[in-house]
Design a protein around this ligand. Structure first.
Ligand code: NAD
Ligand code: IPM
Ligand code: MN
Length: 359
């Protein structure tokens, strides 16, 4: 049966980068992928058109889809909306929560051609291949109570950092299984020296470990992990952590790969239904100028083919096509350096499609 893919371009550079990823999806369909595409509104685009960042019609389409491709949401235009439930980011968080997309996979992989594009020394990053497994539907992002209110004559803002054992266990199992398929090393990142919620997190990870004797589990505090990621990133294989720590560490890891414009992601639920999006945001500073790197979004399509559509051969073809384009020296501005050829967002997308036909 034909698979349903929902495309949600969103805001800022979202429409530019998803347009390139859709070109690649179309090339996959021409190569035999049986899939139908439909579009929907999310984020600021949803708010502007329908008064809500996650319109009912979008949520219904998302629930019915096998996979979702999302560009990015947010931007200064909506940053001052008084009603916090209408902010673009709430559309994205709502999709994650409604579809129960608790497992966020963020692979930081350095294409060898980009060793010079990283701000770190080539020998520090060459051969880098880390998988960050970020819990996505719990933790401080969703904990109750939360709010801003007046206490003793001044306003206070508060959030709740909470995880249940079952939430920790299910993300832990995803990470252990991922480590089994990769290099057999799992580093759980927490703040168990200070926060009770992560004392429990560490306990549950330790409890799971004997079930995965082929995986070597270690623990690291998040502040040290941030430092180690830039000091010696190749010590990591799979990293598992909570929602907020994972958000922050994955942006840091992105820079190891040359640019945040290179980092794709998959967000999965228990049925392997998934939402695929670049790790970066809507980049308002470069929106509409053809400067955005579409490769994170294109590589997110490869993850979609692999994890939700059962088409790993096509996924590998996309990844090889990206490699070939980089071999040819084509670079968007964020990864360009002397000796390479700077191209626009659309030129990069077209080049990947052309290479896809060859590889
Ligand atoms: P950002 O990731 O949008 O941008 C950070 C920096 O990286 C900017 O200088 C930007 O130009 C650059 N950058 C990002 N993507 C790039 C790409 N593909 N190619 C080249 N350069 C790229 O983060 P921000 O500026 O903190 O946030 C901007 C908006 O995006 C905010 O509204 C934020 O809430 C939202 N956001 C959305 C998502 C998402 O939709 N998943 C993720 C992060 C941030
Ligand atoms: C991301 C983003 C989101 C997050 C925001 C936009 C809600 O930063 O996908 O990394 O914090 O998860
Ligand atoms: Mn983020």
């Amino acid at each position: 049966m034909s698979k349903k893919i929902l495309v949600l371009p969103g805001d800022g550079i979202g429409p530019e980068i998803t347009a390139e990823a859709v070109k690649v999806l179309d090339a996959c369909r021409a190569a035999g992928l049986d899939a139908e595409l439909e579009e929907g509104l999310v984020g600021g685009a949803g708010y502007d058109a329908e008064g809500h960042p996650l319109p009912e019609s979008t949520l219904a389409k998302a629930k019915a889809a096998d996979a979702i491709l999302l560009g990015a949401v947010g931007g200064p235009k909506w940053d001052t909306l008084e009603d916090l439930t209408k902010r673009p980011e709430k559309g994205l968080l709502g999709l994650r929560k409604h579809l129960n997309l608790f497992a966020n996979l963020r692979p930081a992989l350095l294409y060898p051609q980009l060793a010079e594009a990283s701000t770190l020394k080539p020998e520090v990053v060459s051969g880098l291949d880390i998988m960050i497994v970020r819990e996505l539907t719990g933790g401080i992002y969703f904990g109750q109570p939360r709010g801003i209110e007046t206490r003793d004559g001044e306003r206070v803002g508060y959030n709740t950092y909470v995880y249940s054992e079952s939430e920790i266990e299910r993300i832990g199992r995803v990470a252990f299984e991922m480590a089994q398929k990769r290099g057999g090393k799992l580093c759980s990142v927490d703040k168990a020296n200070v926060l009770e919620v992560t004392i429990l997190w560490r306990e549950v990870m330790n409890r799971l470990a004997p079930e995965y004797p082929d995986v070597e589990l270690s623990h690291m505090y998040v502040d040290n992990a941030a430092m180690q990621l830039v000091r010696a990133p190749k010590q990591f294989d799979v990293v598992v952590t909570g929602n907020m720590f994972g958000d922050i560490l994955s942006d840091a890891a992105a820079m190891l790969t040359g640019s945040i414009g290179m980092l794709p992601s998959a967000s999965l639920n228990e049925r392997q239904q998934g939402m695929y999006e670049p790790c970066h945001g809507s980049a308002p500073d470069i929106a509409g100028q053809g400067l955005a790197n579409p490769l994170a979004t294109i590589l997110s399509v490869a993850m979609m083919l692999r994890y939700s559509l059962g088409e790993s051969a096509l996924a590998e073809r996309i990844e090889r096509a990206v490699g070939q384009v980089l071999d040819a020296g084509l670079r968007t501005a964020d990864i360009a350096y002397p000796g390479t050829r700077q191209v626009s967002t659309a030129e990069m997308g077209d080049a990947v499609v052309a290479a896809f036909a060859d590889v």
